[in-house]
Write a protein that binds this ligand. Structure first.
Ligand code: BG6
Length: 490
């Protein structure tokens, strides 16, 4: 099994509390952690062991999808945790850490398998990686792995520089770049859906598909992340990573063998086939927006520039919609519309596949029918729906659309972080972004960034949209130009 030491940088942070501890807890409950497993939390704060464990406990009680009902089990879980104060820039602190890691390895008979999870600002990645190497923490007789959170760079050049720094310490197969959208069960399910359903396999191509729409809308605003978000915007925060990863997972051709390597090769090939925009063309295919004040669930909310920490003159994007094409044999000439935004009407991540209407000409009525749709709901609720047409029972000349819907039992669905941490522990990189994918996605996004930043030519205007709406009017225009419209969620 995965007998290992889980070394967590950023143990006092928000992500650890909300996602990482609950994920470890659920893996523990599901017996997916080895009995020989230790967690070492690291942070700058002076915490005692008991401070740390009560934080972990509180995080589980607040955020775990399963309540911690069995006290004995919860205590046994908490017993896996140790805390070590560490300043990432101080080499002596790593020596102390190594001592603790070894002590626990001996106590729990854990082989030298170490996973380093960097839930910290990316500026610290290089310092930490270097210190892991120089302290001897990374010299193991078993395996070592590095798990890192986004953002992986802020453009093509910085991503390359970061990769170079990390690769002097960790080999590519030891680096697990987290894109938590790849951990969502419905994303992990896409390949299986296609493999096991020949009816989908047969239709998943340009011959039958009119367009594909990928939406990740959120109702939350910038929250307490102004300093980061105002520099990143929706393009870096969601689009370059999550949205393009969802696109590749959907559009890749099924590999003959399903090894992680094959999957990454197929994803790479989708990214390499994306039609590249020139900076001057971006304005025709990309809409950027920013929310103004409005109402979410009936409650008034502030506009982006009134949010704490955001300047009144900020022209950062909180919404992006793009039309793009994958110039390969299967998808050529099928437009893909992708949008993501904050403070929109609903929280929903979904893929909608709109089918062509080849039978129209045989229709007895000459009335247009509603297109067939396949809707894959990725979150917050998971499901699959088909929109089909049936004859109106009371009118021979009319059809009406019906939806056939499957909804997953949400109590039973693991969270993205559970899947990803487990995948990393067993050494399966399938649902992580390989370096060449990250590089290609930055390469594709680069002219968009440049067009956004070219204030002198005002290449890409910033469209305002009201909080609680579907985003700027201009994003509807993008589809209307092609005779389509955004399909709403169910
Ligand atoms: C994160 C972004 O990666 O994804 C956030 O930084 C965003 O801004 C979040 O809110 C959305 O994730 P999910 O799983 O809630 O769709």
């Amino acid at each position: 099994m995965n007998a290992a030491t889980f070394v967590l940088f950023g143990a006092t942070g928000d992500l650890a509390q909300r996602k990482i501890y609950p994920a470890l807890f659920n893996l523990y409950i599901d017996r997916k952690l080895s009995p020989s497993f230790s967690v070492i939390g690291l942070g700058r704060t002076e915490w005692t062991e008991s401070d740390f464990r009560s934080r972990v406990e509180q995080s589980i009680r607040t955020f775990s999808r399963r309540p911690a009902v069995n006290e004995a089990e919860l205590n046994a879980f908490l017993d896996l945790f140790r805390y070590c104060r560490l300043n990432v820039a101080v080499p002596e602190d790593y020596e102390q850490l190594l001592e603790l890691v070894r002590k626990r390895e001996q106590q729990l008979s854990i082989p030298e398998n170490r996973i380093f999870y960097l839930s910290v600002a990316p500026e610290l990645f290089e310092t930490i990686a270097r210190n892991i190497q120089e302290s001897g923490l990374g010299s193991v007789s078993g395996w070592k792995r590095l798990l890192i959170e986004k953002p992986f760079g802020r453009d093509l050049q910085s991503a390359r520089a970061l990769n170079e720094q990390l690769s002097s310490v960790f080999a590519e197969e030891e680096v697990f770049r987290i894109d938590h959208y790849l951990g969502k069960p419905m994303i992990q399910n896409l390949q299986m859906l296609e493999y096991t359903n020949p009816i989908l396999q047969a239709l998943w191509k340009n011959q039958y598909v009119a367009n594909v729409q990928i939406t990740a809308s959120e109702t939350v605003g910038v929250e307490e992340r102004a300093a980061y978000y105002d520099k990143a915007g929706a393009i870096r925060d969601m689009f370059q990573n999550h949205m393009l990863q969802v696109l590749t997972m959907f559009a890749m051709q099924l590999p003959r063998h399903s090894t992680a390597e094959d999957v990454a090769d197929k994803k790479r090939s989708v990214l390499a086939s994306l039609r590249q925009f020139h900076k001057e063309e971006v304005i025709h295919h990309v809409i950027r927006g920013q929310y103004t004040s409005g109402y979410i669930d009936g409650k008034p909310v502030a506009g982006y520039t009134e949010e704490p920490g955001i300047g009144a003159a900020s022209n950062n994007d909180t919404f992006i919609a793009a039309r793009l094409w994958i110039d390969n044999y299967f998808w050529s000439e099928v437009p893909f519309y992708i949008r993501t935004g904050k403070r929109m009407a609903e929280k929903s991540t979904r893929i909608v596949i709109e089918f062509k209407d080849p039978l129209d000409k045989y229709s007895r009525t000459n009335e247009p029918t509603t297109p067939n749709l396949l809707i894959i709901d990725i979150g917050p609720n998971e499901g699959i729906s088909f929109q089909l047409n049936v004859k109106d029972a009371n009118n021979d000349l009319k059809t009406e659309p019906i939806r056939v819907h499957y909804a997953a039992d949400q109590d039973d669905v693991p969270e993205a972080y559970e899947n990803l941490i487990h995948n990393a522990l067993v050494g399966d990189p399938t649902f992580f972004a390989r370096w060449d994918e990250v590089e290609l996605s930055w390469k594709w996004v680069q002219p968009i960034l440049e067009a956004f930043e070219d204030k002198a030519n005002n290449f890409v205007p910033l469209h305002l949209y009201e909080a609680g709406s579907d985003g700027p009017e201009a994003s509807r225009g993008l589809l209307e130009e092609d005779g389509f419209h955004w399909w709403p969620a169910l």
